[in-house]
Design a protein around this ligand. Structure first.
Ligand SMILES: [Zn+2]
Length: 205
């Protein structure tokens, strides 16, 4: 009980926040809009090819590296020969980069983008993954990146993964239904329940 309940505050209160001592929160608070641009950034480029355009899209995400090996996304660029969506894509990359530079938890961006549906209809990726829009695919790439650098934690149950892998192998050649959770054609009937061999979602749970 180190807090003095009678602590007197002389200055005008302009804001407050609840102290959360988890490590992640400390890092989030460390990054803020006045954080100096790091002299060195580490970039990763992802290629997106949709059936909607003959030209590929190249997404580059630059991370800053803190405390030796901690990576935090800092900015995003998108390049393509296809200029059709150029102004919207540019606006999107600037907004996403601005959110990252402000600090705080930015993982909500992934869900927001993945929930954008193209009124003209989406498309299927190789492997049967349904993409509701190009924006959703950009969101998926960001998610993939954030998972790879550990900003989004991935919980993997090794045994369940192996079991699903085996079931998927058994079901090869069978037309599988679309899983509404991970948007992949991977649903099979397992012990009387429709189960997704990609994400493990089961309708009986
Ligand atoms: Zn699934």
């Amino acid at each position: 009980m180190g807090n003095d309940p009678m602590l007197k505050i002389d200055k005008k209160i302009v804001g407050y926040k609840v102290v959360d001592k988890t490590e992640e929160k400390v890092v989030f608070e460390m990054i803020h809009e006045n954080f100096p641009r790091p002299p060195h950034l580490t970039g990763t480029t992802y290629k997106i090819k949709t059936p909607q355009s003959e030209h590929a899209l190249y997404i580059t995400i630059n991370d800053m590296v803190l405390n030796g090996d901690e990576r935090h996304p800092y900015e995003m660029f998108i390049n393509s020969k296809n200029m059709e969506h150029f102004q919207w894509v540019l606006a999107l990359t600037r907004l996403v980069s601005a959110v990252w530079r402000k600090g705080g938890d930015s993982t909500f961006l992934v869900e927001e983008l993945k929930n954008v549906f193209d009124p003209k209809g989406g498309y299927y990726k190789r492997g049967g993954v349904y993409m509701p829009s190009l924006v959703a695919e950009i969101g998926t790439v960001i998610e993939q990146h954030l998972k790879s650098i550990g900003v989004i934690k991935v919980e993997v149950d090794v045994h369940q993964q192996a079991y699903l892998e085996a079931k998927k192998e058994e079901a090869k050649g069978v037309e599988m239904q679309l899983c509404t959770k991970c948007n992949t054609k991977a649903l099979i009937l397992m012990d009387g329940c429709m189960t997704c061999t990609n994400c493990g979602d089961s309708k009986c749970q």
